[in-house]
Design a protein around this ligand. Sequence first.
Ligand code: SF4
Length: 327
Amino acid sequence: MTAIAYASPFVPVEWIAAHGLRPLWLRPPAAGGGAEFAAARGVCPYAGAVVDAAETGIDASALVLTTICDQMRFASALIESSGRCPVFLLNVPSTWQTGEARSLYLAELCRLGRFFEKHGGKPPNGAELARVMLAYDRARSALLSAQSTLSARQFAETAAKYRGPLETASPPKPDAPPADGIPLAVLGGPLLEADYEFFDVLQRAGGRVVLDATEGGERTMPRGFDPRKIDADPLRALADAYFNAIPDAFRRPNAALYEWLGRELAARHVRGIVFRRYVWCDLWHAELQRLKRWTALPVLDLDAGADDVAAPNRMQGRFEAFLEMLA
Ligand code: SF4
């Protein structure tokens, strides 16, 4: 089956799968190569790693990126100019509370659908799209219900799998974290594959991640689909569940991010926030200042460069000091 890679939660996995294509949630393996080169030039190492992955070859016919930040736009142009991998840049407006912005996102999904057809996809009928949407919805709901029985690493890995083809994503076996760990939230942007080690290090240091608000985690899952809206117009229901519901640092206004955090931090009795951002990521760096003004909870600012994104020993000391303060 033809695969389509994507690297943003604003690309609905259901839309790819409903076209008969295999969704591939791009997780560049580790920093190095393009990531290090990017960081040395003042560019986000994650964007550099995406370029690197596309240049060295991803197991997909095309790559979908979004306009959520300038660095991703630049990455898209760079990949396209090299001719190594067809790339589609999905326009996701940062202003989002107007009818025009919502219509634009919906129109972008239609344009993306035409791109899929050029790369081997078949246009889905409404019933097929609805079936795929409900299948992903059930999988995400089951994962969220099982969250307390999973370690943070398991939850993150399974959430990543559920952004791919569901047929190959088996439900995780429960492996609950120690119940006496200090409840924490992890907030921030995307993670490289090697960065998932981060959750284990945090757990070994005595933390218990009860809210994964990174780009691959719970924060960016679409709202549950309303079956009546699916019956009326599945594509519109899909667009609404993503565009109207996912809180993120690039959105303007971004009050929804704080509404979501306020609700979820309180419900899970979070005692501290680990804020994970890449150096050179202006979006999340700016958000850090807002977060500190907004919350009374202690915040650990973890800025990751290209050479230390997966350096567990260095991270461990910082986690231990933070958790000692919270104990
Ligand atoms: S981490 Fe920041 S700079 Fe890097 S791609 Fe994401 S939003 Fe853009």
